[in-house]
Design a protein around this ligand. Sequence first.
Ligand code: ADP
Ligand code: ASP
Ligand code: MG
Length: 440
Amino acid sequence: MKIMKFGGTSVGKPERMHQVSQLITKGDEPKIVVLSALSGTTNALVGISNLLAQSDRGGAKQSIDQLELHYRGFVDQLAQTDTGKAKANAIVSEHFEFLNIILRISFSEALNKDILAQGELLSTKLFCVFLEEQGIDHVLLPALDFMTIDINEEPQLGSIKIKLSQILKQFNDKKLFVTQGYICRNARGEVDNLKRGGSDYTASLIAAAIKATVCEIWTDIDGMHNNDPRIVKKTVPIKQISFDEAAELAYFGAKILHPTCIWPAQQTNVPVKLLNTMQPEAEGTVITEDAGSVGVKAVAAKDGITAIKIKSSRMLLAYGFLRKVFEVFEKYRTSIDMITTSEVAVSVTIDNDTHLAEIVKELQPFGAVDVDDNQSIISIVGNEIAQTDQVLQRLFESIAEIPVRMVSYGGSPHNISLLVHSDHKVKTLQLLNVGLFGLE
Ligand code: ADP
Ligand code: ASP
Ligand code: MG
């Protein structure tokens, strides 16, 4: 069985959904199709939720009505028959009635998650109406029946595996399943999600749970590129990368993949393919244990980073000191991405500043604490990159004009990371494109 995940732009227009129906009906192999919300929907739902959190019911109502209008237009073009149109409109009515009811309830975090779930619930149900109209036999598997996260918001792969196999057993004779990406249930049994971009994570978790032959991530670009195509003009797709390389790129900002979506596939050794819905014949990128080649593969950037420096006048790196520093971050469940030390100071970076004030307060007894926000991590990723000839020389020569705040080298054989002020991110990515890849 294989997994085919289609992102927001792949289902964002009626004609794209038609195209998806063709892609999923090719070949005899049974498939589980994972769909995101239509592009723009989750952003709109986040907006509605924020307005409700600020008690702006009028603003929220306006956004709900605007979104409903978009869906009415969408279903009119999606469905081909009167019966199909009626069914699709009934689905739209059901979900927008729900959103309108929410307007009258006092806002809570649980309600926020319910609002965010509407996008994937709508896209999958509407797609199934279209499949039914086309006479394409399929089963809709509600993700909320099997996709769960624990108290630490970590997916429960063992439990997902058991629940999903029990569900699939009931449909032995079926070959096509459709389910929602992104949404799940939390430890309290409430509707929750796998964070923004989480449909990739859903696909990889399902692939691991059923030990799929392949996990295909269909999107709007022909695979993982060597640099961020939103920022750099000339970028090229990478044919093959390893799980480790892909995980580093995803974690350090390559938006094409959810930051932590690689581990389930890697753990079960299911190959992941990145493919283009708009150009299905393109080769794309294949991600397996084998990296294919040695050397620099790609660069990526992650914004919203805060650097914290703790400088001690006493003998800073006496043993036990780093443990005490790390314990503060552990206490506030804040993970550290980069770390550098000198004789008298240690600098770390975090991407979650929810508990920054408490962390700084608890670090102050250890020495002077400096905080720099608005930083970006630039990651240079490639198999055995740290051992590849002249990479460091080319790297630093190409970005000579950029003030670099931190450097991390040697922690992983696949990654060299730099910390720069976010104002320098675009220039750094452009210079690296020339210096490391010979591309303008
Ligand atoms: P989907 O909605 O299908 O999940 P995303 O928008 O999440 O799609 O991811 C695809 C986008 O990721 C591309 O359109 C591209 O702009 C962006 N992107 C960022 N970095 C990279 C990269 N290194 N390679 C390919 N795409 C990238
Ligand atoms: N719809 C969700 C989002 O926009 C999940 C996804 O698209 O992967 O973040
Ligand atoms: Mg995505």
